[in-house]
Ligand binder design. Structure first.
Ligand code: ADP
Ligand code: MG
Length: 239
């Protein structure tokens, strides 16, 4: 689905991504772990061209991406879920979910509403359709954000620390929804500090440090038998 070749991203003189080469297969769940400031969010944002790489190539579905031409289409197909939910505060839950399908995908209102209700049921919030985001817990808001992303029928979802802003007791429900999506075959790239989730759900774990992919492999390899000294030191701190 994605292949990155020598991807680099600079902000001014700051080199944030340094020659990243990797791929993501259809149906794969890739978890990205690593210390704060290592470039994980920038990496994720390059995948849907929220950040424009300074150099390197991104292939999507076998075709090289041109940031000037492909951003809009790509963002329709590759959805993103943020740490801070970013729901529209002035819309109720239902409208948060129906807005993009109606205005971007030109879906009819009744179809968008039906889709939204199906998705709310899927994330366990069918009874919250008429609430406003401010009335929901963080975990509920994040599940609405996931439903909103799914309403665009994405081919892939990017998650940037989706549970980091949540109280600990609310994390489980969100991870459960993500696990369900993974089981259904959704392609996902997940930046996370939830090592239990990465170990259980990821097909592949990528450890990033200082703008490099330092090590990648199956969860078993990364968590039980890491080879790189920096991976070992990071895991020793977080597990
Ligand atoms: P992580 O998600 O692993 O914590 P980030 O990708 O957010 O790392 O950031 C990596 C580095 O890039 C940090 O030093 C950060 O300050 C810097 N950075 C990120 N976004 C910007 C930006 N828009 N402008 C300037 N520097 C940025
Ligand atoms: Mg980040």
């Amino acid at each position: 689905m994605f292949r990155l070749v020598n991807l680099e991203k600079k902000f001014g003189n700051l080199e944030v991504l340094k020659s990243i080469s990797m791929f993501i297969d259809y149906g794969e769940v890739v978890c990205i772990i690593g210390p704060s400031g290592s470039g994980k969010s920038t990496f994720l944002r390059c995948l849907n061209l929220l950040e424009i790489p300074t150099s390197g190539r991104i292939y999507y579905s076998g075709t090289i991406l041109d940031p000037d031409l492909d951003s809009k289409k790509l963002r329709r197909e590759v959805g993103m879920v943020f740490q801070k939910f970013n729901l529209f505060p002035m819309f109720n839950v239902l409208k948060n979910i129906t807005y993009a399908p109606m205005h971007i995908n030109k879906m009819k209102e009744e179809d968008a509403k039906e889709l939204a209700m199906d998705l709310l049921a899927k994330v366990g919030l069918a009874d919250k359709a008429n609430e406003y985001p401010s009335k929901l817990s963080g975990g509920q808001q994040q599940r609405v954000a996931i439903a909103r992303a799914l309403a665009m029928k994405p081919k892939m979802l990017l998650f940037d620390e989706p549970t980091s802003a949540l109280d600990p007791e609310l994390v489980g429900d969100v991870l459960e929804v993500m696990k369900q999506l993974a089981t259904e075959g959704m392609t996902m790239a997940v930046v996370t500090h939830e090592m239990g989730f990465a170990r259980e759900v990821a097909d592949r774990v990528i450890f990033m440090d200082k703008g490099y992919i330092v090590e990648e492999g199956t969860p078993e390899k990364i968590f039980s038998n890491p080879e790189n000294q920096r991976t070992k030191e990071f895991l020793a701190r977080v597990i």
